[in-house]
Structure formats: C-alpha cells, structure tokens
Design a protein around this ligand. Structure first.
Ligand code: Z5A
Length: 212
C-alpha cells in the first residue's frame, strides 16, 4: 500500500524541527515506517545544494538561481528518497516543501507564482502532500526563538532577511492554507511545545486511521 506524504511548514523558529521529530516518534510507536527528511536537502546531492543555497558568500545569488536550485534539490530528493519511500508504504515527513517556495521565493522575494507553478509542474506534477501542517506564529516571536538558538553560527542567507520579508512569507503561507483547506491544517505555534504536539497528533490521527 502507498505510504503518506506529510509536510511541515512555517516561518523562522515556528517549531518545525521540534515537532517533526515528535510526530515521527508518535507514528513509529504506532507501527508506521517513517522517513524523516527536509528541504532543501534530504539526500547527499540535495544537501550540497542546500549548503550553496544557505551560505552567505561574496557572490550575490540572483533570485532565478535561488529558485532553480530549490527545484534542482527537490528533483533529486523526490527521485532518490521520497518517491521510493512512499512506493514501499513508508510515511515521509518532510520539513518544508514547495509551499515554502511559494512563501519565500514568491511572497518573500516577489517572484511571480506562475514561475513556481511551472517548475512544480516539471518536478512533481503527480505528487503533492497528503497533509500539510502549517505551524503559524507571529514573526516577532519566531525571530526571537530563532536568534536565541542561532548562537555561534550566525544568520544564514535567509535568516539575515528583514522583518517585512518574513511578514510576506507568513501572509503567503496563510493565503495558501486558506485556498486549500483540504490539504492544510493551520496549527497555532504560539502555544507550549506539548500543546502544539497534541494539535499535530490530532491532525495526523485521521490520516493514520484512513491508511489502515
Ligand atoms: N527555503 C526556501 O526559501 N524555499 C524553499 O522552497 C525551501 C526552503 C524548501 C532553510 O529552512 C531555509 O530554506 C529557510 C527557508 C528556505 N530559511 N528560513 N528562514 P529550514 O527549515 O532549515 O530553516 P528554518 O526555518 O530557519 O528552521 P528553524 O529556524 O530551525 O525553525 P523551526 O525548525 O521551525 O524551529 P525549531 O528549531 O523547532 O525551534 C526553534 C527554537 O524554538 C528552538 O530553540 C526550540 O526549542 C524553540 N521552540 C520550538 N517550539 C516552541 C514552542 N512551542 N514554544 C517555545 N519555544 C519553542
């Protein structure tokens, strides 16, 4: 039986990494094979592209380069990890996916959504998440969490953006969730870690029930 594809989305410091690990544990305790992965990244080649995407080098990165590298990483990640896992019946939990491209490259950078539609059509016309958990949090709160965690390594190319950029990212995510209520669940990320975990488990339970 085909597995399930569940993506976790949200702005800076929303709690995706914290919650995706807990969701994997919850599903594994129920006998599900879980593949935990992230974008950009998830396979060796895609992780190398992630390094290029996040590093703050001296050479400016054109927006088109950023967009194309996101989808290049996605193409190899889907082909070599995500599709095979779903085909053998595993659940793939992915920290960010194409909704992040609409939010960051579309909303944040201002690229036309038609360009993203076209690349998504090339790379994964046949595959969209069964469920997308959008952990929503006011930008201020997310940035405060992320900066207290960043510590020694300093901000990457995205983390060094201004507040207005992250406000556009958040607004785009919320618009997408409103446009596709069957796929998205918006989770209030301002609550305690345990309360957010509870809301996520409640969203996963019907999908798990339906897959049995
Ligand atoms: N990007 C893109 O532009 N286009 C794309 O298509 C894709 C990605 C796929 C890397 O993503 C960058 O790539 C990302 C967008 C871009 N850049 N940004 N921004 P990433 O997911 O690896 O990076 P991130 O968004 O910076 O993740 P993050 O900051 O690690 O956030 P998080 O995973 O959502 O949060 P966390 O690590 O779980 O939690 C942050 C801290 O808050 C940590 O200390 C926690 O203990 C704490 N925390 C978590 N939950 C709570 C609650 N509920 N209460 C209190 N404290 C909490």
């Amino acid at each position: 039986m085909r597995g399930r594809f569940v993506t976790f989305e949200g702005g800076e410091g929303a709690g995706k990494s914290t919650q995706i690990a807990r969701a994997a544990e919850w599903l594994r305790a129920r006998g599900v094979e879980v593949v935990l992965t992230r974008e950009p990244g998830g396979t060796p080649r895609a992780e190398r592209l992630r390094t290029i995407l996040l590093e703050r080098g001296a050479e400016p990165m054109p927006q088109s380069c950023e967009l194309l590298l996101m989808f290049a990483a996605r193409a190899t990640h889907l082909e070599n990890l995500v599709r095979p896992a779903i085909a053998r019946g595993a659940w793939v939990l992915c920290d960010r996916f194409t909704d992040a491209t609409y939010a960051y490259q579309g909303g944040g950078r201002g690229l036309p959504s038609e360009q993203i539609d076209a690349l998504a059509g090339i790379v994964h016309a046949d595959l969209w998440p069964d469920l997308t958990l959008l952990i929503d949090l006011p930008v201020d709160a997310g940035l405060a969490r992320a900066s207290s965690r960043n510590g020694a390594h300093g901000p990457d190319r995205f983390e060094s953006e201004q507040q207005a950029f992250f406000e556009r990212v958040r607004a785009t995510y919320l618009e997408r969730a409103q446009a596709e209520p069957a796929r998205f669940r918006v989770i209030d990320g301002s609550r305690s870690i345990d309360a957010v975990t509870g809301a996520i488990e409640a969203a996963l339970a019907p999908l798990l029930e339906a897959s049995r």
